[in-house]
Every structure is written in C-alpha cells, then in structure tokens.
Design a protein around this ligand. Sequence first.
Ligand SMILES: C[S@@+](CC[C@H](N)C(=O)[O-])C[C@H]1O[C@@H](n2cnc3c(N)ncnc32)[C@H](O)[C@@H]1O
Length: 189
Amino acid sequence: MEGSAFSQWRMDLLNQVRGNSILEVGVGTGLNLQYYQKAGFVDKEIICIDISHGMLQFAERRMKDTHINIKLHLMDLQNMDFPDSYFDTVIGTCVLCSVSDHLKGLREISRVLRPEGRLLLIEHVLSYRPILSSMMKRTGPIIARLTGENIHRETVKDIRAAGFKVLEEKDLYLDIVKMINAVPDIRGD
Ligand SMILES: C[S@@+](CC[C@H](N)C(=O)[O-])C[C@H]1O[C@@H](n2cnc3c(N)ncnc32)[C@H](O)[C@@H]1O
C-alpha cells in the first residue's frame, strides 16, 4: 500500500503529533522514519517498537539515513515495558490489523499514554457499507489465516471500547483505510 498518496497520509499523520515523547508501535521496516526527519522532529524523544526482530533490522538500516534520535526496541505492544502515562503521542500505521489481541494492545497504549495525550493511527478497518462489509466479513477470516492481517476488524468501535474518545475518523480510501485521531476519554463518555 505504498505510493505517493500513502506518503502524504504518513506526513499528515505526523503533522498531528503533540508533545515531545513519541511512541510508534509496530514500526515494521521503518517506513515512517523518514517523515520524522521531514517533520523536523530533532528535539523529540522517539521510541519505536516491533514484535519482529527481522522488521527491526530493516528499520535500523532506515534509521541510519535519518539524523533524528530514534530508539528501536523489540517489544510486544500488548505488554509494554514503559511506565504509565509516559508518552505524549502514540503512532501506528497498519498495525492493529495484525496484532493478535488488538483490544489488549489498545488498553496497553491507553496505559502508557498521558491523559492529555494523542493516539494517531492509519488503519484498514471493516467498511460500514453493507455489501462491502459482508464481503470483508466473509473473506476476512481466510485472509487472516493466510497473511495474519485482519481486514474485518471494527477498529474505530474497539478504540472507543478501549477507553478513547475518537476526535476524527477520516476516510482515506473508501471507508476502509482511515486516519484516526483519538484521546483518552478521561470523562468516560
Ligand atoms: C503491516 S506491518 C506495518 C509496519 C509499519 N507500521 C508500516 O506502516 O509500514 C505491521 C507491523 O506490526 C508488527 N506487529 C504485529 N503485532 C505486534 C505486536 N503485538 N507488538 C508490536 N508489533 C507488532 C509486525 O511485526 C509488523 O512489523
């Protein structure tokens, strides 16, 4: 799913970052790293995690092309080794669809995020459109078995269930690729 549109979406996501401490979950091969540089995040603390050692090796190579201070860690986002309320912003692109228990992961993100922090995501999610949704529900389990990616998750609903308030849910491609901006729902509504 890479290309100029996706590059612009990654940049648009980073433009919504608040604060100085940033966590990127599921950094993969590090496709977002160049945008930290382009966004001029020289003074920020940026920590990126992934559950895959192989992915982190690719990310490490990409990191060397930037002049930004980025730390890479092998870590499961469902069980992170960070204190409570540590990060100002948590970022993820195309990650929650591949996490085995994404609700657990979202609750863990909520734990490490400051109460006034932000969760910024680009995710592909189950369509709200009846025909597309029923096709995705039928093919989703097969695709998940073959690729590990769950294209039929109701991620926006699950973000709310994990204790976030969704400020913006922007459709990027149909209504199945979305940019999501959420904050901890400290009032619980
Ligand atoms: C589809 S890739 C996306 C990578 C990158 N964010 C991007 O935009 O290109 C999903 C990534 O999430 C990672 N991942 C899956 N489950 C994870 C977990 N529980 N904790 C941390 N990373 C995880 C995978 O190893 C993979 O690198």
